[in-house]
Design a protein around this ligand. Structure first.
Ligand SMILES: Cc1cc2nc3c(=O)[nH]c(=O)nc-3n(C[C@H](O)[C@H](O)[C@H](O)COP(=O)(O)OP(=O)(O)OC[C@H]3O[C@@H](n4cnc5c(N)ncnc54)[C@H](O)[C@@H]3O)c2cc1C
Length: 352
């Protein structure tokens, strides 16, 4: 289906963004590939769209083709570990629910993350100590450079913390068509993340896959990290900044200057990861901090939110202000987690 003058604000959870030059919803692989072939052949820029939950689009919109990936389907194979292949347009949380209902473990801590299956490899979606790199086997993609279908093994994705090759060296090269995960029957691993692990321990019995999923969703709802258009705290792109990795010396300098209780997580002998939300709050931006119609979530300082009718410039203006404050106070340059389309923070290249 082809449409013109479709507003990207209506297709993204942040609720900002001007019109798409052209908008196509592809409900089968063939339609997706056909639209890509034509656009690439004519040199038309393409923005692949899943659920729009990790995108901040400029008020001027996107001048090329916005191609919504909407083909669905889930298949299983294998014995021992169960191989689940999900189409890129399958809603992610529905896949997690489907797996949990069958007692298949491996995705349950990722419950309640908005968006589609096809976008999950882009930033190696993760939460509560689990990430898709833990279970992803391979993915089928359309290679836009060579006009052919390819299967990429997990190793080719170069997954890292909230990153993959699709965000860096392979950006815009592939359209992800389907993803295969290796899940296992039985009890889930005991989650590593403190808050979730504590709550599960309070239950007093080994958690089921469904039990973990339900608890994760409850935790997300309490933090405004479960997308609900009527809850302004969730009208965001999730965490706006990734947790920064700094040298042990730099972290120690901040810790001594601010608080000995500073949260930090060892990466290796020389580097530690800091909590971006903690840095933001310590730099003077409490939860609920507002600049016009943009504000930090009242329940999570890491989420930049649209409080109602904000423009993309207002959203990015707040993000720039917070980033500058953290840089000035701690010498740490926060990097954005969502894809910015036609927008840039200081020192960031405009995308795509
Ligand atoms: C309330 C809330 C909570 C969130 N919590 C988390 C969290 O806990 N952990 C986490 O990791 N993320 C979280 N996110 C971010 C987001 O939900 C994930 O990154 C999600 O995977 C994005 O999926 P999407 O389909 O909405 O992608 P979109 O926003 O539509 O697209 C994101 C990027 O992927 C590209 N893309 C989309 N589909 C394809 C495809 N088929 N092939 C190639 N490229 C494609 C797009 O072009 C774009 O660059 C949260 C977001 C919100 C709003």
């Amino acid at each position: 289906m082809t449409h013109s003058h479709v507003s990207l604000a209506s297709l993204t959870t942040m609720g900002v963004g001007g019109a798409a030059g052209t908008y196509i919803e592809a409900d089968c692989e063939e339609a997706l590939i056909q639209a890509l072939r034509e656009a690439d052949g004519q040199g038309v820029p393409v923005l692949l769209l899943g659920g729009g939950s990790n995108l901040v689009v400029a008020d001027s919109g996107f001048p090329g083709l916005v191609l919504a990936v909407r083909h669905r389907g889930v298949q299983t194979s294998g014995s021992g570990s169960v191989i689940v292949e999900a189409a890129a347009g399958e809603p992610w949380d529905e896949l997690v629910a489907w797996a949990a209902a069958r007692g298949l473990a491996g995705l349950e801590c990722l419950a309640g993350i908005p968006g589609m299956v096809g976008a999950t490899p882009i930033q190696n979606v993760g939460a509560y100590g689990q990430e898709i790199a833990d279970t992803l086997v391979d993915l089928r993609v359309w290679d836009r450079s060579e006009s052919r279908m390819v299967t990429l093994p997990a190793a080719a994705c170069h997954f890292g913390y909230r990153s993959s090759a699709f965000k860096v060296t392979l950006r815009n090269r592939y359209a992800i068509l389907s993803v295969r995960f290796a899940l296992r029957s039985g009890l889930p691993d005991m989650p590593r993340q403190g808050e979730l692990a504590r709550q599960l321990a309070d239950l007093g019995e080994p958690p089921s896959v469904t039990g973990v999923r339900d608890l994760v969703i409850a935790l997300r709802k309490a933090k405004g990290m479960f997308y609900d258009p009527t809850d302004p705290d969730s009208c965001s792109a999730g965490s706006f900044f990734v947790n920064p990795v700094v040298s042990v010396e730099h972290a120690e300098h901040i810790r001594r200057g601010v608080s000995l209780d500073m949260p930090r997580f060892e990466v290796d002998a020389r580097r530690v990861k800091l909590a971006a939300a903690w840095l933001i709050e310590q730099a003077g931006f409490p939860r609920g901090f507002r600049m016009g119609r943009a504000g930090l979530s009242t329940r999570h300082a890491l989420a930049v939110t649209n409080r109602g009718g904000a423009s993309a410039e207002e959203i990015v203006g707040l993000a720039r202000h917070v980033r500058a404050g953290v840089l000035q106070r701690f010498g740490v340059a926060l990097a954005p987690e969502p894809m910015l389309v036609g927008l840039a923070l200081e020192g960031e290249a405009s995308r795509p």
